[in-house]
Write a protein that binds this ligand. Structure first.
Ligand code: SF4
Length: 117
C-alpha cells in the first residue's frame, strides 16, 4: 500500500511517500532529515500523538492546562482524554509537576504546563 504523508515535526512540512506491505515500511522518499524518516515509519505502523487538555483545580474556577510528557499511541487518545477530564488537582502546582502518572499504563505521564498558586 502506498502512503502519502506530511511530516509535522517542523514548519517545512515535507511531503513523504512510502510503501507498506503490512510488515515493513519501504521506499520512504521526500523527507529532508532523519526525523522525517522516523516519523513516516511510526506514523504508518504505530502512530502517536501528544495530548493536551485541561483538568480541574479544587477551589478554583479556571482549569489547569496539562499535556502528555511525550506522545502516546493514537488508539489510546479517547480513553486518555476521558481519564484526564475526570482528574482534579489541588494547588499549588508547578510547571512540569506530574498530574497523572503512567497514563493508562502507557508509560507516559501527564504533566502541568502552567503554575497555579
Ligand atoms: S523531514 Fe525533517 S525537515 Fe522535513 S518536515 Fe520533517 S522534520 Fe522538518
Amino acid at each position: 500500500m502506498k502512503y502519502e504523508l506530511t511530516c509535522i515535526n517542523c514548519p517545512m512540512g515535507c511531503r513523504i511517500t512510502a510503501d507498506y506491505d503490512g510488515k515493513e515500511v519501504t521506499n520512504i522518499q521526500g523527507y529532508t532529515c532523519a526525523r522525517g524518516k522516523a516519523y513516516a515509519q511510526t506514523e504508518i505502523t504505530d502512530p502517536t500523538r501528544m495530548v493536551t487538555a485541561l483538568v480541574g483545580v479544587e477551589g478554583r474556577r479556571a482549569p489547569l492546562s496539562v499535556k502528555t510528557r511525550s506522545p502516546i499511541r493514537k488508539p489510546l487518545i479517547f480513553d486518555a482524554l476521558d481519564v484526564i477530564r475526570k482528574t482534579t488537582v489541588c494547588a499549588p502546582v508547578k510547571i512540569g509537576d506530574v498530574v497523572i502518572e503512567n497514563l493508562l499504563g502507557s508509560g507516559v505521564d501527564v504533566i502541568a504546563t502552567e503554575n497555579v498558586d
